[in-house]
Design a protein around this ligand. Structure first.
Ligand code: GLU
Length: 416
């Protein structure tokens, strides 16, 4: 048995991939071909900072697999976005797009920087230079970036513009753009909407009424804040949230509208009235029905998994539960709904955006939300059926479905 505790993020994704291959009896040559990325590009990104210094950032675009369609995945700006992490996230995108059945492969980009400490001019300069450095390997039918941690619709607008300078107007080269530049209705909220749809389905199976459900959410960025909003609108009590600075707890449920206004005003959830201050660690240990880690990887691990008091852990972020953490949760009877299913709403609406760009025909919000719900519920039901039938974890079921689809697509194309 692998040493779960010492696994790097890519080893963790590979561990689940290997287990799925064993279960599906995938032949070795297919397994070896799919496991590692198709292409890894590392670039230097020189940026003239506002103080006059020239700083050189390191960026990556890692294309994992395109058996089912063009490479697809976000770009992360974070001090810890190294090769190893980006590689793991790229592989996860391959499994995510396969699980929800959208015609894309998997990729991820990352730049090692701290966007919170950079001005808008510096970020634009970084983004344009990074886009130029990878412009030969991205494209509407080749590889389509999107936002991730530390990037947003503004970043995508700059990427689209820098790409257009070399290749001409091609809005479908990135997704998650502002509406005015060909973005999709509902893309901004899509990941959080998807997380809340999955929680609704899981609650039905657990016999929990949403009106009486208690939710704790770690992370109040794009995913966490929209998840909180949709669940609260649906009648759940969001009893705890946190951001990088710390967290809040109110057993009666937080007023989300007031909280969002507070965050817009102050830039953080801290010091919100009608709630007690807690640390990020305390948030994870709160008694609740659904705990949604929606911040960074590794939040629930071998050190704290034994203290989790949620009925179910729902991975809003990518890789928030380590394999060692999940083994402990499973032993204690706490199920974990995996990232590749839970947070796939973002890339699903990215797919709708890409379709709208290609067809030059925008959809209205009802159409986007209806199609998103259909895909998310179907993915959940397929995974749930396999969990029941084979008595395996949700993650193992999700990986089995996804890996099976990618392996089959590769077989159909014929190996050399
Ligand atoms: N970064 C998001 C994810 O991890 C979205 C990717 C996309 O829309 O391509 O799923």
């Amino acid at each position: 048995m692998a040493n779960l505790v010492d696994m790097t993020p890519f080893e963790a994704v590979t561990y689940y991939f290997d287990q799925a291959c064993d279960r599906l009896v995938v032949r070795d040559e297919i397994r070896n071909l799919i496991c590692t990325p198709d292409r890894e590009v590392r670039v230097e990104i020189p940026v003239r900072m506002d103080n006059g210094d020239l700083e050189v950032f390191i960026g990556y675009r890692i294309q994992h697999n395109d058996s089912r369609g063009p490479y697809k995945g976000g770009v992360r700006y974070h001090p810890e976005a190294d090769e190893e992490e980006v590689r793991a996230l790229a592989a996860l995108m391959t499994w995510k797009t396969a699980l929800v059945g959208i015609p894309f492969g998997g990729a991820k980009g990352g730049v090692q920087c701290d966007p919170r400490k950079m001005s808008s001019r510096e970020l634009q300069s970084l983004t344009r230079r990074f886009t130029r450095s990878i412009s030969q390997i991205i494209g509407v039918n080749q590889d389509i970036p999107a936002p991730d941690v530390g990037t947003n619709s503004q970043t995508m607008a700059w990427m689209m513009s820098a790409y257009a300078e070399e290749h001409g107007y091609s809005p479908g080269v990135v997704t998650g753009k502002p509406l005015e530049l060909g973005g999709s209705a509902g893309r901004e909220q899509a990941t959080g909407r998807g997380v809340s749809l999955i929680i609704n389905e899981a609650a039905k199976d657990l016999g929990i009424s949403m009106d009486h459900s208690k939710i704790a959410i770690q992370g109040f960025g794009n995913v966490g804040s929209w998840t909180a909003q949709f669940l609260s609108d649906g009648g759940s009590s969001v009893i705890a949230v946190s951001d990088v600075n710390g967290g809040l707890h109110n057993a009666q449920g937080l007023d989300l509208d007031q909280l969002k206004a507070h965050v817009v005003r102050t830039g953080s959830v801290l010091d919100f009235r009608d709630a007690e201050a807690i640390t990020n660690d305390e948030l994870l240990e709160i008694e609740c029905d659904f705990l949604v880690p929606a911040a960074l990887g590794g939040a629930i691990n071998s050190r704290n998994a034994s203290k989790i008091r949620a009925r179910m852990v729902v991975e809003g972020a990518n890789n928030p539960v380590t394999p060692a953490g999940e083994a402990i949760l499973n032993d204690r009877g706490v199920s974990c709904l995996p990232d590749l299913m839970v947070n796939a709403g973002g890339v699903t609406v990215s797919y709708f955006e890409w379709v709208q760009n290609i067809q030059r025909f925008p959809w209205d919000l009802n159409r986007v939300n209806g199609a998103l719900e259909e895909i998310m519920v179907r993915a959940y039901r397929e995974v749930q059926a396999m969990v029941e039938r084979d008595n395996i974890t949700y993650r193992d079921a999700a990986f089995s479905i996804a890996v099976g689809r990618v392996a089959h697509a590769l077989e159909l194309q014929g190996l050399p």
